[in-house]
Design a protein around this ligand. Structure first.
Ligand code: NAD
Length: 466
């Protein structure tokens, strides 16, 4: 495998110079070929997502496949204008020159993806990489093995290895890939592995985009519509059984509203995720990816309860089907592990607060989150929360939906990530913004050349103009 990887890498390094000259039509043809290949394997992709994560066809369509078709269509529609060099203004020291920004491909890129939205999170950066004129090596997650293997078949169908090539494997394979001098690495995964990726990239001075995770807070204030908040949070938390990087991780709510929220959350959960006979509906509720993660989430609940947390809802699980019931936790002790690490499961801790300032200060004590959600009708308070905190992205009176608009950048900040993806932001991520100055023959640069003793008048004139 290592030898194959090395020879593919070498072939891509040679091919990148040809790709660099590709025009919009050629890149659009590649994107269309990718779309056709996905369409050809659509049934198998749905089946793989069902097998890896028990995702229903509807959930897979909305969160993975349709999402990718629209990302491809958006890139195809806009690629010519994204590729066009951008004109920028002149400076006083080069009045006769024309100034442009060229978007040149980075070259050979490595894309490493996680298991939770295994199709979408590999394809979205790949679309941007192709649109920007790059070669790419893909390493999907070994934990969502069925989907990873379909991804590799989709790619084999429409690309030569010297342009895009997919390798299935685990951390050991990733480690070898990370030792190669790629022109860019796009990594989606945990903050811990993100640090390993950045360290490896530093050895080759390779640029990185890190799409990481973290604890995304959801702040509800006293003016919020609790019915809307409860059902949106239930949907955002329990889609993919909480295994969503931007899922609401925990709730901050005024003390006086906590009990009402609990009742409304339970009602919303049961309406969306339970059968009429009151059982969890496995047709709409994903499974936990594997036994290790199942036990990890179970241990988070046990740890919190052992330390005195209350559990007004849920808590049970079924290891055989890797299902953990939607769970609420309150009265959380400060040392509970669940408030220190990303939950990535269907458990929702509720933290009461007395003043908005107290809630903001709690958010700011943790790593800058990937998402921060606000439920409020109070315009000033909404602005106060936005301006007093930092987050990759924010929805006001909703959750998750900012990820679906390709006109918005998607990414984290510090602990939750570096750089952004989707639409033109993804195109720019996989491009180098190259400054190009075209000097005219009427150039007046010699005015600033030495000997400087005779150039006092030039300096005076420049100062006046500036
Ligand atoms: P992970 O970091 O364990 O694995 C991600 C990828 O890295 C996998 O392909 C894996 O094989 C590889 N990998 C694992 N260990 C490695 C190592 N030591 N060296 C090199 N590569 C290694 O993450 P995961 O469990 O697959 O995914 C869950 C995490 O991803 C969560 O933290 C979640 O928030 C985050 N995530 C972020 C986004 C985003 O867009 N920001 C999206 C989805 C998931």
């Amino acid at each position: 495998m290592i030898q194959t990887i090395n020879s593919v890498f070498k072939a891509q390094q040679a091919h990148k110079y040809t790709l660099r000259n590709s025009n919009a039509t050629q890149r659009i043809n590649k994107l269309n070929a990718l779309k056709s290949s996905i369409e050809q394997y659509e049934k198998e992709i749905y089946a793989a997502l069902q097998s890896d994560l028990r995702k229903s066809e509807f959930e897979s369509a909305i969160t993975e496949i349709v999402f990718i078709y629209s990302e491809i269509d958006y890139a195809i529609k806009n690629l010519s204008s994204w590729m066009r060099p951008v004109k920028v203004g002149k400076t006083i020291t080069a009045l006769t020159a024309k100034n442009r920004i060229y978007y040149e491909p980075k070259g050979v890129c490595l894309i490493i993806s996680p298991w939770n939205y295994p199709f979408q999170l590999m394809m979205a950066p790949l679309i941007s990489a192709i649109a920007a004129g790059n070669c790419a090596i893909l390493k999907p997650s070994e934990l969502s093995s069925e989907t990873s293997s379909i991804i590799c078949r989709v790619i084999e169908e429409c690309f030569d290895d010297s342009e895009v090539c997919c390798f299935e494997g685990d951390a050991a394979l990733s480690t070898h890939l990370l030792s190669l001098p790629f022109d860019h690495i796009f990594f989606t995964g945990s903050t811990a592995v993100g640090k390993i990726v950045m360290e490896a990239a530093a050895k080759n001075l390779t640029s990185v985009t890190l799409e990481l995770g973290g604890k995304s807070p959801t702040l509800i204030d006293e003016t919020a519509n609790l019915d809307i908040a409860a059902s949106k949070i239930a949907w955002g938390k329990l889609t993919n059984a909480g295994q969503t990087c931007i899922a609401p991780d925990y709730i901050l709510i005024p003390e006086s509203l906590q009990q009402a929220f609990i009742e409304k959350y339970k009602a919303a959960v049961e309406k969306m995720f339970f059968t009429e006979s009151g059982e969890i509906n496995l047709g709409s509720y994903a499974k936990i990816i594997n036994k290790r993660h199942y036990k990890r989430i179970e241990a988070l609940i046990t740890d919190a309860v052992d330390q005195g947390a209350k559990m007004p809802y849920g808590g049970k699980g079924d290891e055989a089907t890797q299902t953990i019931m939607p769970t609420l936790l309150t009265s959380l002790p400060e040392n509970a592990s669940i408030m220190k690490e990303e939950i990535f499961g269907p458990i929702l801790p509720i933290i009461p607060y007395k003043t908005l300032e107290e809630a903001i200060s709690l958010i700011n004590k943790m790593n800058k989150p990937l998402a921060l959600y606000i439920f409020s009708q109070h315009k000033k308070q909404i602005q106060q929360v936005i301006k007093s905190t930092s987050a990759g992205g924010t929805c006001v009176n909703d959750v998750l939906i900012h990820i679906s608009n390709p006109k918005l950048p998607f990414g984290g900040v510090n602990g939750s990530g570096l750089g952004s993806c989707h639409g033109q932001f993804g195109f720019k991520t996989f491009s180098h913004e190259r400054a190009v100055v075209f000097q005219s023959s009427l150039d007046m640069s010699s005015l600033i050349y030495p000997p400087y003793e005779k150039k006092g008048w030039v300096l005076k004139w420049l100062k006046k103009l500036m």
